[in-house]
Ligand binder design. Structure first.
Ligand code: DC
Length: 227
C-alpha cells in the first residue's frame, strides 16, 4: 500500500496546480479525477445527450472506456482509446462534467477506476469526493479553497494563457453555479472530510500554497513514523 494524499475543493481553487507540483516533488503519481468526469462529459456531448437525460446518461456511460496513462509525469486521458487531453479543457465540457457527475452510474464507474489506480502506488489524487468517498483512508487530506472572485480570476487568466476566448463575468457565474451543484448533489457532494485540513489560498501565491502542503506532508509523515 502506498502513501495517499487526497486534495478536494471547489473549481479553480488550485487543486490540480498543487497536486501536480506535490506529486512531482515527492515523485508520486498524480491522478486528476476531474479529467475523468470531463472525458465522460465529452463522450455524452458527442452523443448528443443533454445533461437532464438521466436514463440515457446511465445507459450510455457504460460505453465509454476511460483510461489514463502517465508520460513524463503528465496524465493523459483516453476516451475509447483516443487521447482527449486538450479537448476536455473547455468551459462547455467542464459544465457538462459538473452536471453529468450527479449521475449514480457515472460516479460508480469512475470511482471504481480511481480506487484501482490508487491501489498500489504513492498517489496525489484531486477531485471533489476523494477524502470522503474514493480514498476515505487517505494518509493526508487537504480541502483547498479560495474566494470565488479569486478563483474566477485564476480560471480567466488560465484560459487567456492557453489562447482561449474568455468572458470574466460568465466564468464567475459558472463557478458559482458549479459550486452550488457540486455541493448540493445527492451522491457524494463536495464537502470537507472531517479529518481534512482546510487550506484557504485566497491570499497565497502558488509557491506559498505548495510549501504549506509540503509542510503538512512532512508533519504527517513524522506522525506516521511515530506510530
Ligand atoms: O476539477 P474539474 O473542474 O476538472 O471537475 C469537473 C467536474 O467534475 C466538477 O465540476 C465536478 C465533477 N467531479 C466530481 O464530481 N468528482 C470528482 N472527484 C472530480 C470532479
Amino acid at each position: 500500500m502506498g502513501f495517499k494524499i487526497a486534495i478536494d475543493g471547489p473549481a479553480g481553487a488550485g487543486k490540480s496546480t498543487m497536486a501536480k507540483a506535490i506529486a512531482s516533488k515527492l515523485n508520486y503519481i498524480y491522478i486528476d479525477t476531474g479529467a475523468m468526469y470531463r472525458a465522460m462529459a465529452l463522450f455524452l456531448i458527442r452523443n448528443g445527450i443533454d445533461s437532464l437525460e438521466e436514463e440515457k446518461i446511465s445507459r450510455k456511460c457504460q460505453e465509454a472506456d476511460i483510461t489514463i496513462q502517465h508520460v513524463n509525469g503528465e496524465q493523459i486521458v483516453y476516451l475509447n482509446e483516443e487521447n482527449v487531453n486538450t479537448l476536455i479543457r473547455t468551459e462547455q465540457v467542464g459544465n457538462m462534467a459538473s452536471a453529468s457527475s450527479v449521475n449514480r452510474d457515472v460516479r460508480q464507474k469512475l470511482v471504481e477506476l480511481q480506487r484501482k489506480l490508487a491501489e498500489t502506488d504513492d498517489v496525489v489524487m484531486d477531485g471533489r469526493d476523494i477524502g470522503t468517498q474514493v480514498l476515505p483512508d487517505a494518509d493526508l487530506k487537504i480541502y483547498l479553497t479560495a474566494d470565488p472572485e479569486v478563483r474566477a480570476k485564476r480560471r480567466y487568466a488560465e484560459l487567456l494563457e492557453k489562447g482561449m476566448d474568455a468572458d470574466f463575468e460568465k466564468i464567475k457565474a459558472d463557478i458559482v453555479e458549479r459550486d452550488h451543484r457540486d455541493m448540493t448533489r445527492e451522491i457524494s457532494p463536495l464537502k470537507k472530510a472531517k479529518d481534512a485540513i482546510l487550506l484557504d489560498t485566497s491570499e497565497f501565491e502558488i509557491e506559498q500554497s505548495i510549501a504549506s502542503i509540503l509542510g503538512l506532508y512532512e508533519a504527517c509523515l513524522k506522525n506516521k513514523n511515530k506510530e
